[in-house]
Ligand binder design. Sequence first.
Ligand code: ZN
Length: 291
Amino acid sequence: MLSWRIGRVTITSVVESETPTSPRFLYRDMGKADVLARAAAATWLRPNFVSDEGYLLQKIQCLVVEAGDLRIAVDTCVGNDKQRSNELWDHLDGPFLDDLAAAGFPAESITHVVCTHLHVDHVGWNTMLVDDRWVPTFPNARYLFVDAEYEHWRDEPGLFDGEDPFGDSVAPVLDAGLAELVAPDHRICDEVRFESTPGHTPGHISLVIASDGERAVITGDMLHHPMQLADPELSSMFDTDPDQSRATRRRAFPQWADGRTLVIGTHFGTPTAGVLQPDGDGFRLDWSTTG
Ligand SMILES: [Zn+2]
């Protein structure tokens, strides 16, 4: 299991699934040969993030941030029993909750849930099915939703036809009185705050962890794959505003590439995190001293 220490804060990865992904799923018109050409130019991408065949090596994970007495679950994956259009995600019956408990975090111990945005693979374990009803999985947690993000998805259909992630994974949390709508620069505690990183979705946030002079950032989906560090212009086909997401990366990456910021990629394959460094026109991850 991967975990990182940032001063007095610990961040632990609990993985729900890890699957080689076709580049066309994320980046319209990009074939495997295009991915291999990008990896030939940015050699650090292989073999950890790009397979020999040109697949993207991705994972879906929840990152648990331990800061003082707080246990903050960041992004809650796809979840079990949900009707989903993507057959890889439909009616899952996986061991995620057991894995979370085995990592030291039984569901009752989580004090906060943060969704970097309200896409289907980031809200799933917000709820679980009990007696044919969706109930909050983390009964003692405050669920923090960014107000602009909540309002956008309340009024929009989901990304895919035939599914309702807002209805089954967000609305029941509000109905149970566990949700708090917050600003995109919300601070949870001294060490943990939101950073607004819009473009992938209107209210998208990343999470900044700072303690004892050390710093980490949990990206969310302001980028999906490390190729977008090498080429910040590359936007995913799921970005609601691709130009805004480019501008967000162009603003954020130089600030994070200070040689001491650990960038933890929400969907990055193992090693998942590294120190961000400038590299030509873009950036690269260095994980030789981390993890
Ligand atoms: Zn995602």
